[in-house]
Design a binder for this molecule. Sequence first.
Ligand code: ZN
Length: 116
Amino acid sequence: MAISFGHDRPWGGVSQREYRRMAQDPAQTLHYRVHFAAIGWADRQGHAAFGPGKLAALLGKNDEPLSEGSTNGAMARAKRLGLISPRSGAACLVLPPHLFQKGKGAPVPCRLHPER
Ligand SMILES: [Zn+2]
C-alpha cells in the first residue's frame, strides 16, 4: 500500500537501523528510547514485536537489562506523550498510522496483538 498521511501532510523516510542504534543509546532519554525502538523495529503495520525480556535488554546499559518497573514507567511516559499507541506493551510497541507508515515488509507475528 502506498504511504499517505493525508492531504497537506508531507512525510519523509528515516533509517530504521539508526533508530535501532539510538534506542540502545543510554545517553538518550528513556521514553524517547521507547519511541525510537518502536520506529526502529516497526513492521509494515506499525507493530514492533519483542521477545520476552528483549525490550528491557535493549533499554538497559552495561549489559544489564532495565528493571521491569523502569521499563513500564518509560512506556507509560511515552504513551502519555503520544510517542507510542496506548495499545503498546513490552511485547509489542505500536505506532499509530498517523505517525508511522511503511511501504514494504511482511507483518511480524506478535504475542500482544494476535488479531492486530
Ligand atoms: Zn503488536
